[in-house]
Structures are given as C-alpha cells and as structure tokens.
Design a protein around this ligand. Structure first.
Ligand code: IPM
Ligand code: MN
Length: 347
C-alpha cells in the first residue's frame, strides 16, 4: 500500500478547527481508496510563540523537509503576537525555503452556492508568485521615533522567479482552456512591471497555442467582477495575487470556499496546502468555521501526491454536500455538520 507522510500544522484560531475537519475527510478517503496517510502534528502557532519565543524551532524547516506534504490550517493571533512576527516566523519562511513558488488558487462556484454575482459559469485559476516580489522582506527603517522617520520596503523581481511562474502559468493554460492573463501595473511601475511584461511577451512566442493578454491590476479587479467568465488562468505577483485571490474568494461565495496550494513544481522540497482564509479570531471556538476551503485544499494535496481518484472523490463529496444546501451559507451550518456531510458522501 502506498503511504505518505504528512506534516500537519493546524496553527491558530479556526485553523485548528478546519485542519481537523480536513484530516477527518482525508482519513475516510484514504481508507476507501487504498492508500495510507501518516500525520505528524506540529503545534507551531502563536500559542507556541508565547511559550517558546519562536513560531517554530530553529530546525523547523529541516524537520519539515522530510515530509511528502504539509497541510496547514491558518497562522496568526494578532491580539497576542503581531502578524508581522507570526507570519514571518512560520508561513512565509516555509513558502520561501521550500521554493513553493506557485501559489495556486481556484475560483469557481460550488453547486448550491449562490455567490454575489449574476455570473455563474466562471472557472478561474489564479497563480500567484509566492517567493519574492512585494513580499521579499527587503527594506528597513531609519530615524525611528523621530519626525523624519523613514520606512523603505523594496520589491524584488528576479528573472528566474518571474520566468518560472509565467512558464508555470503557460503550462496550466495549455492544460486548461488555453487562455492566460498576466497581471501587472506597468503603466505606473516602470521597472519591475515592465520587466514582467517583457518576459511574458517573450515566453508567449514559445506557447503559440496559448492566448495571452496583459492586464493592469486595477482593470483585472474590475474584470473579475464584471466579466469573470472571460478568464481562465491568471498569473500575478505576490501582493497582486494575494489581493486578487481574496476577490476571487468573494465571487465564489466567500473565504470559506477558497482553497490553495503552495507548490514546489520541481518537487525538490515538500509543497504546502492551506485554505486562503486566516485564523479568524472573531469566530474561533464557536464551531461555525466553514471547513470546505480546507477540505478542498486537502483534495489539492492528494492530486499533487498522485492520488487523483481520492482527490476527485473529495471534490464530489464536497459537491454532494453543497448541492444539498449544506455549508453553502456562511455561518448557517456548524463545522461538524458540514464535515459530517462530506464524510457521509464518501460512503
Ligand atoms: C494568504 C494570506 C497571507 C499572504 C498572509 C497571512 C501573510 O493573506 O495566504 O493569502 O498574504 O500570503
Ligand atoms: Mn491573502
């Protein structure tokens, strides 16, 4: 029997609740699909930081390196630990250290989910550069506490990273409906974004079967609301992709439905799967978090591991639950009710 080692990092707030739900579904699907998942849970979180002074141990990255994949709930508890500390201590270092350069986020309506738009038949795959750009962490502050204090944060765009994310986008477009939207702001940002556009244009020649359009980020934001059906694969930088994927989550009915995969396409280190949403301290412990985004992310993990049938079974089970109206309206059903409906549909 095939066996996979999974590092489980539930994290903070509703991350713990939805990670448990996703794991329950994974156990059910593995039992019936004939493969085994072995979880090792890590308590790395803001609570862990309060105890130890770090979000994960100094050898945390090396510990994770040996796993086949990482399943993460959510990180952050700003009342206790500043987000800038918790995210730079756990989530962001994992993405960078394991070169999970492609952050893949699908946006489509599940059956039974209303969504705020009239459009219903959109199927967008956002691909976000996940290692550099506006999230490079290059910068500093000077003259702190004085009237002339200054803060500098520099975006970094390297040919290697821009080229590989665009190439990844072209490949995805080729495997889907053959359309690629490249998102920049090259009318205002004349170095990095013009550089990105140039690389897009050059790569387009290698993919004559893919129809490429370059959009500015502001126009893309409007298009995702006004004409989402016109989009197939959308590739964007780290920050632009972050913003667009919350918009994508909104048009698919809310953050409770938005799944994501942080992929290392070379498979030189583990990839990580997590819902797009955060730890939601306001509803933590209430038992009303929607686990669908985390369960869908778990399906993306199985797909990545090559357990395609298991991934499809989870997606079908989610669809069975939402078709029956379970988990479709934010706050209506409890986490356990939605999880139970998905698990039951796997029978
Ligand atoms: C996301 C989140 C993170 C990001 C935060 C928590 C740092 O918003 O995964 O979309 O911006 O990448
Ligand atoms: Mn985000």
């Amino acid at each position: 029997m095939k066996s996979y080692s999974i590092a489980l990092i539930p994290g903070d707030g509703i991350g713990k609740e939805v990670a448990a739900a996703a794991w329950e579904v994974l156990e059910k699907v593995s039992a019936r699909s004939g493969f085994e998942l072995k979880a090792t849970a890590f308590p790395w979180s803001c609570a862990y930081y309060k105890e130890t002074g770090a979000m994960m141990p100094a050898d945390g990255i090396e510990t994770l390196r040996g796993f086949d994949a990482i399943l993460l709930g959510a990180v952050g508890w700003p009342a206790e630990v500043p987000d800038s500390v918790s995210l730079h201590g756990l989530l962001l270092p994992i993405r960078k250290a394991f070169v999970q350069y492609a952050n893949i986020r699908p946006h489509r309506l599940l059956p039974g989910v209303e969504g705020p738009l009239k459009a219903r038949n959109f199927d967008i795959l956002c691909i976000r550069e996940n290692t550099e750009g506006e999230y490079s962490g290059a910068g500093g502050r000077a003259h702190q506490g004085t009237a002339y204090e200054v803060a500098v944060e520099t975006s970094i765009f390297t040919r290697t990273a821009v080229e590989r994310i665009l190439r990844f986008g072209f490949e995805q477009a080729r495997a889907r409906r053959g359309k690629l939207a490249s998102v920049t702001k090259s009318n205002a940002q004349k170095y990095s974004m013009v550089f990105w556009d140039e690389i897009t244009e050059r790569l387009a020649k290698e993919y004559p079967d893919v129809a490429v359009t370059s959009y500015h980020i502001d126009a893309m934001a409007a298009r995702m609301v006004m004409a989402p059906e016109s989009l197939d694969v959308v590739v964007a930088s780290n920050l632009f992709g972050d913003i667009l994927t919350d918009l994508g989550a909104a048009i698919q009915g809310g953050l409770g439905f938005a799944a994501s995969a942080n992929i290392n396409p070379d498979r030189s280190a583990p990839s990580m799967f997590e819902p797009v949403h955060g730890s939601a301290p306001d509803i933590a412990h209430l038992g009303i978090a929607n686990p669908i985004a985390a369960i869908w992310s778990a399906a993306m993990m199985l797909d990545y591991l090559g357990e395609t049938a298991g991934a499809e079974a989870i997606m079908a089970a989610i669809a069975a639950a939402t078709s029956a109206g379970i988990g479709t309206v934010p706050g209506k059903d409890r986490t356990e009710t939605i999880t139970a409906a998905v698990v039951a549909a796997l029978d």
